[in-house]
Design a binder for this molecule. Structure first.
Ligand code: MD6
Ligand code: FE
Length: 216
């Protein structure tokens, strides 16, 4: 029998180390699930989820929205952060207090105190949607970490290395899990494998992931 399958098992209420400066905080968002789902509904009423087009001309399978002072967008001319939602021509909705509260808890638990995000990108996945391997490098200050919250149906997160070809860990991300990473891990390639059909009691057949950044 081989034990290596069990080297890095998921835990509930615990911290799973992914790298020197990255971890999953299992279930950290669970106590706030209802408040978070309500907050997402209010964001969506102002800036609806929409399928954006990449500079390469592909329509993303993931639908995006944002809250906070800056929002990440993509279109034929490139990736960038904007203070105005290109769909509504209005500012992105404000970052809800519950979001800030969760970021405080997560950065405290992960050892990245003093993080003050100005951008929150929300991703909505239906079954079959995926996110191909990428680096997050449109933020101005890459010394700042990223906090990533998962709600809804499960996903498999690919956590690779600093080169696209480096092998990737497959990390299950479940409703309530929070990933925090920064420092030497900040530029690691990562992605999400196509979601399996599933239904979540609170969110139905979808996964909402939202990530906090210091973008400006
Ligand atoms: C996702 N996440 O979990 C996609 N990026 O749906 C990301 O692309 C991501 O989780 C930067 C930092 C954390 C992330
Ligand atoms: Fe990313």
């Amino acid at each position: 029998m081989t034990l290596d399958l069990f080297d890095n098992p998921p835990q509930t209420g615990g911290r799973q180390v992914l790298g020197p400066q990255s971890c999953v905080l299992r279930g950290l968002a669970l106590p706030m699930e209802h408040v978070l789902v309500e907050a997402i509904a209010s964001i969506e009423r102002v800036s609806p989820f929409r399928h954006m087009v990449t500079p390469g001309g592909f329509t993303m399978s993931v639908a995006l929205s944002n809250c906070g002072d800056l929002g990440w967008t993509t279109d034929a001319s490139g990736y960038r952060y904007t203070s105005i939602d290109p769909l509504t021509q209005e500012p992105w909705p404000a970052m809800p207090a519950a979001f800030r509260q969760l970021v405080q808890e997560a950065t405290l638990a992960a050892g990245f105190e003093g993080f003050d995000p100005d951008a929150c990108l929300l991703n909505r996945y239906r079954p079959g949607a995926r996110m191909s391997l990428h680096q997050d490098k449109n933020e101005r200050d890459l010394t700042q970490p990223i906090v990533s919250v998962s709600l809804g149906i499960p996903a498999t997160f690919l956590f690779g290395g600093l080169r696209r070809k480096d092998p990737a860990q497959r990390v299950p991300l479940l409703h309530g899990d929070v990933v925090v990473w920064g420092g030497v891990d900040r530029m690691r390639y990562h992605g999400i494998v196509p979601l399996k059909e599933a239904a979540h009691p609170l969110l139905g057949a979808q996964r909402i992931n939202f990530t906090f950044r210091k973008a400006g």
